[in-house]
Design a protein around this ligand. Sequence first.
Ligand code: ADP
Ligand code: X15
Length: 405
Amino acid sequence: MSVSTTIHSVGLLREQPIHPGQRWVYSAGFNVASGMTDTSRIDCELDDLRYLADRGARVAILSHQGSHRDGTAVHLSGTAEYLGKRLGRPVTYIPENASDDAVTAARSLADGQVALFGNTRLHSGEEDNDPVLAAQFARLGDYAAIGGFSKAHRRHASNVGILRHLPGWAASSLIDETRRLEPWAGRSPKTPSIAAVGGVKSEKSVVGLPCFARDYDIVVPGGIVLNHVLHHLGYAIGSSPLGNDVERRAAATKAALANPRARIHVPRRVVIARADRHGWHEAHTVSVSEGVPTGFSIVDFHLHPWLIQELRRVAACGGRLIIAGTPSLHTHGFTQASSALLDAARTPTVNAMLLGGDTVAELPFDGATSTGGGSALCYLDQADVVVLDALRRNNGLTMRSRRAL
Ligand SMILES: Nc1ncnc2c1ncn2[C@@H]1O[C@H](COP(=O)(O)OP(=O)(O)O)[C@@H](O)[C@H]1O
Ligand SMILES: O=C(OP(=O)(O)O)[C@H](O)COP(=O)(O)O
């Protein structure tokens, strides 16, 4: 399926006439690490927010950040301040989003006013797509604009559940991100494709590894994806983490390695280190066949000479290179694998893209990026994501209200 098929029958925000006084809920993905080192997840929504506000709409933004499950969700007042500066108009922060007070605040917005409501992940029901919470979110407006590509693979109350109650349109941020990914989707028979899949999140093993093993020529597992690969192949990985969702990851790793179309890079030598609360110590290189001792974790790896040759070939032929998830613990100074891959990615002839919040924030790279890690992998795998599906299903609701717009 191509983008044109995927977005067919999805209502596009930019094609809607907007009138002063209309009440819009804008679903965003401002999941930005504290310190705001990378603000691309906020910046990508600015044009759509201006489109609404400049035409006099009253805009109630709902965004997620962190997770209720692990207690990392916090309030978003700093995000509202940054957003206000970028939009050139004050953005009020209203810490609630599912109460009568929140509804009153949304109703009292002036024409053209933008407000950021409380972090949706302060409620456990957001990640469970709780229908009651979704109905409460829907009370903040009469129409929904869905941005936040980074959560487009999540069936959550603020992006999917809300569409059971409000007619919804895709923000151009959402559509633009899917279009940008197109050149990296599917097979490329004429030029070589290499994908490095690392990081910690389970989508890297469950979606990314099988997708690239099917569609690309070479897959370079890193991060926890590599730990699973080595564990599956019977190597001792010491105290290297296997992350959450261990069984699903293990099953996906086994299936992806069973008969891959791609050549899988299994390093012969890895860098290991021991962690304590002060940082990483005793870093040294071992061969995977001798195994990682208990107490030590894999933090980096050496590239095989054949992979270095293949990276040169990608540069010579104008091939594709994706880095999804940091290959090694780059921010802790373990930069061997990530620097070699980044050097190749920076070669002007290579069609390179980096995917994901932490990957884009942590690795120095000025080329093409996606604000979604898991969502981009889901899109590359299926040419679709659950939010676009929910928008297509919402179409009847949208058509009825379009006549009223
Ligand atoms: N070998 C490793 N062991 C543990 N964590 C790792 C390792 N390699 C990379 N990481 C971590 O992976 C994180 C990024 O993974 P992830 O959250 O999946 O990426 P993204 O947010 O880009 O989708 C980085 O913050 C990095 O610290
Ligand atoms: O950070 C995100 O995704 P990513 O780490 O896959 O890039 C998104 O904001 C989704 O967040 P989630 O993975 O906590 O659902």
